[in-house]
Design a protein around this ligand. Structure first.
Ligand SMILES: Nc1ncnc2c1ncn2[C@@H]1O[C@H](COP(=O)(O)OP(=O)(O)OP(=O)(O)O)[C@@H](O)[C@H]1O
Ligand SMILES: [Mg+2]
Length: 358
């Protein structure tokens, strides 16, 4: 008999043996019901166990799959990031190539023009010197004639001489010729200086040579190249401190200065000031180019060194100036810093190690 039934009988009906025989069939039926309920429960328990086992297994499988998927995702993400960096690098190199090609051809052009102009300017300059001497000689001869004038006996000849002197206004001619000579010499000297600057800028002789250079000379020659873009826009203030010569690629640094100067001029809407400073700190030299222009909005700060980033109208700016400059400064193991305030102006500082030490 089922032990639960046995316990119930004992509790409610007393000793098993004293039960009336007519209850025997009923007790047997209840006992059977108890037995079959037990069997059913066991069955349910077993199938529940089985189901729970299956669920745990499925869960573990899902978890494993999820982890694998996450790993794959991570790997994909990494790969994408690497590709992005690679593309960015390629773009940088490409645009630097473009820009340096452009600069190289400008340099070539400058060198060519400088070479072509150099000769004629040379002889015009030297001829002017000779001409000045000849004119002086001719004038001293005229003076002698003037002195001899009173000694001329023939009154008609004398009056013709006096008339001619009056008509030609020899006194004015003498004074003006001197002024003309001074002006012409000054003009030619200026052209000579421009030619020299073009030569310095293009550095045709030391195109890609590391050499020791005083950056102030580079700044000066670059300034005279971009003078046209600057002179109507800004007053240029120079605060050059003494700096040691820097081991550098001078023509490339000139490109950096040119880009910074032109950007500064472009940032000035009406009229302003561009301040150029130099200084030295420890083993580094710095060059500051600051303007009182429109400034750079904070949201553009991260982008200004990106190739092709420009706020200038289509066709006006390529957006390569700063990225090229950045590349060149990096090649020198230097760095660039920018401070800017909208409406007040911007200051770019180029830091360069004095020794390049490869
Ligand atoms: N001094 C500055 N003041 C204000 N904004 C500047 C200054 N310098 C650079 N910028 C900003 O950075 C952008 C990128 O400059 P970058 O020299 O690279 O290109 P660009 O001057 O636009 O074109 P490009 O130099 O090729 O003619 C400029 O369009 C401008 O918005
Ligand atoms: Mg620019």
């Amino acid at each position: 008999m089922h032990r639960l039934l046995e316990r119930q009988i004992k509790r409610h009906l007393g000793d098993h043996a004293t039960l009336p025989p007519e209850l025997a069939a009923f007790i047997a039926a209840v006992d059977e019901a108890y037995g079959s309920a037990d069997a059913d429960r066991l069955l349910i328990e077993r199938s529940l166990d089985l189901m729970s086992k299956e669920l745990t297994e499925a869960n573990a499988g899902l978890r494993k799959e999820l982890a694998e998927r996450k790993l794959t995702e991570l790997a994909l993400h990494q790969e994408k990031e690497e590709q992005r960096v690679l593309i960015r690098k390629l773009e940088d190199v490409h645009s630097q190539l473009l820009q340096s090609e452009k600069m190289a051809s400008i340099g070539q052009l400058a060198a060519g023009v400088a070479h072509e102009i150099n000769n004629p300017i040379g002889y015009v300059y030297s001829n002017l010197g000779t001409l000045e001497k000849y004119v002086q000689d001719a004038f001293s001869m005229i003076e002698l004639y003037e002195q001899a004038e009173s000694a001329i006996a023939e009154p008609e000849v004398r009056s013709r001489l006096q008339q001619a002197r009056k008509k030609l206004d020899i006194e004015f001619l003498k004074a003006d010729l001197r002024a003309l000579m001074v002006e012409s010499k000054d003009g030619i000297t200026r052209v000579k200086k421009i030619v020299q600057n073009l030569k310095d800028f293009s550095h045709a002789d030391d195109s890609d040579e590391w050499s020791l250079s005083d950056l102030r000379n580079g700044l000066e020659s670059t300034l005279s190249i971009v003078n046209n873009e600057i002179k109507y826009k800004a007053e240029v203030v120079k605060e050059y401190a003494r700096i040691p010569e820097v081991e550098c690629l001078p023509s490339q640094l000139n490109q950096v200065f040119m880009n910074l100067l032109v950007n500064a001029a472009h940032a000035i809407k009406e009229h302003g000031t561009i301040t150029i400073r130099t200084g030295v700190e420890g083993s580094e030299v710095w060059v500051d180019i600051a303007d009182t222009g429109q400034g750079i909005p904070p949201e553009n700060m991260q982008k200004i060194f990106d190739p092709f980033f420009t706020t200038k109208p289509v066709g006006k700016g390529t957006g390569l100036g700063l990225s090229l400059s950045y590349g060149i400064v990096q090649k020198h193991r230097g760095r660039m810093e920018v401070h800017s305030e909208v409406g007040k102006g911007s200051a770019f500082r180029v830091w360069l190690p004095v020794k390049h030490s490869q």
